[in-house]
Design a protein around this ligand. Sequence first.
Ligand code: CDP
Length: 231
Amino acid sequence: MYGKRIDGRDFDEIRKIEAKIGIVKSANGSAMFKIGDTIAIAAVRGPRDLYPKFMQNPKSGILRCNYNMMSFSVDERIRPGPSRRSREISLVTENALMPAVNLEEFPNAVVDVFVEIIQADAGTRCAGICAASLALADAGIPMRDMVCAVSVGKVGGKIVADINKYEEDYEDGSTDMPVAFLPRRNEISLLQLDGGIKKEEIIKALEMARKSCEKILEVQRKALMEKYQNG
Ligand code: CDP
């Protein structure tokens, strides 16, 4: 049994979070989102014309996400360039953000979202989604809601919020469940599951994720307010 968390957190407690808007001057919108030792940076370019033209949608702009872990983001160097994992995470990031944006005003256009993980201690896809949502808002993209994401799961028989790498690798494995929420619409836009978990435990974990996302939203909101209060 996992009696006490390695970093002293309560089982439903997320790591310390920080968010900052407007950190990449060359982008139309950008943000940093940090949760514990996991740091994501997101930059948004667009809306701009989409090429090749056959990819254009005359009814709406499209969202295109690119997730990347930097070579130095973990102890063992990550091989640069796309991988199966980065392609999967780019796709789920896109799907998690899509319901929150409204690109109908931008036919034939693309909004590019670049997510770079500069430091990784698990939960990088969720940190990337939180950063990307802020960067989209910073870029002035019409949005229906923010997107808040956190990884919950089961470690040594306990349901925990915001799993770190130690917990993910715990003994003979853990269950990792990344979740993204649209808080105002009360919708889930990402739900993945890696490992075994019972039905009633999923419900408990989801409730933990919802509560964690409330805390994340508070930090996201504060970061946006700070930017606009400072002009
Ligand atoms: O990062 P996330 O939890 O969204 O995705 P994951 O594929 O479950 O990866 C979990 C963690 O494993 C990452 O956050 C990194 O800390 C680590 N990792 C690594 O050390 N080397 C890789 N090539 C990929 C992931």
